[in-house]
Design a protein around this ligand. Structure first.
Ligand code: URA
Length: 208
């Protein structure tokens, strides 16, 4: 497994630059993020299993492929994950949605869970965990710990921007989880923001 797969495409690069620009307003930021989520989904879902179904076209009976089995669960790590998850759910309406809410304890710096909701059959699904920013990796690691404890086996992590520090940390704790990202940035700054990054993804999405 590669440490991280960069989904490299001119359209994604162009749209990512629009997101990085501090003058992009939240309303436009949300539109672009949704468009990027469609493009990222194309690559991340490439190995979803298919099964042939018998159908009838206006011309004749035929068999044609459709997604097989229990399909997907798209997990958003609250709150910024919603910005990616909503687009993915629109594109893949048969997917179920899961939510993991985490906050960082000021003293211990540990990720503390405050919310979790997911379908019961995670072991039968392709679980796609999304958060636009993989910075230190702390929330992603905590979210994956929880999702695995709830039974998920087949898990992929998707972000928009990753810091090298976050990739290393996530690979160390969850070597079985493939990371997909639109770009790997330079580093984290002293406040654990990704550099050059796009700022606080939640604030950029929700205008807070
Ligand atoms: N989370 C964000 O929203 N932005 C960063 O740069 C790092 C973590």
């Amino acid at each position: 497994m590669l440490p991280a797969i960069v989904i490299d495409h001119p359209l994604i690069k162009h749209k990512l630059t629009l997101l990085r620009n501090k003058d992009t307003a939240p309303s436009y930021f949300r539109v672009i993020l949704k468009e990027i989520s469609f493009l990222l989904a194309f690559e991340v879902t490439k190995s979803l299993p298919l099964e042939n179904k018998e159908i009838e076209t206006p011309v004749c009976k035929t068999t044609a492929p459709m997604l097989a089995g229990k399909k997907m669960c798209i997990f958003s790590i609250l709150r910024a994950g919603e910005g990616l998850a909503q687009g993915l759910l629109e594109l893949i309406p048969t997917a179920k949605a899961g939510h993991v809410g985490l906050y960082r304890d000021e003293k211990s710096l540990d990720a503390v869970e405050y919310y979790f909701k997911a379908p019961a059959d995670l072991d039968k699904r392709f679980n796609l965990v999304v958060d636009p920013m993989l910075a230190t990796g702390c929330s992603a690691i905590a979210a994956l710990n929880k999702i695995k404890n709830e039974g998920a086996k087949n898990i992929t992590f998707l972000c928009l921007l990753a810091a090298p520090e976050g990739i290393i940390a996530l690979n160390k704790e969850h070597p079985d989880v493939q990371i997909y990202t639109a770009a790997i940035d330079n580093k984290l700054n002293e406040k654990s923001y990704i550099v050059p990054g796009l700022g606080d993804a939640g604030d950029r999405i929700f205008g807070t």
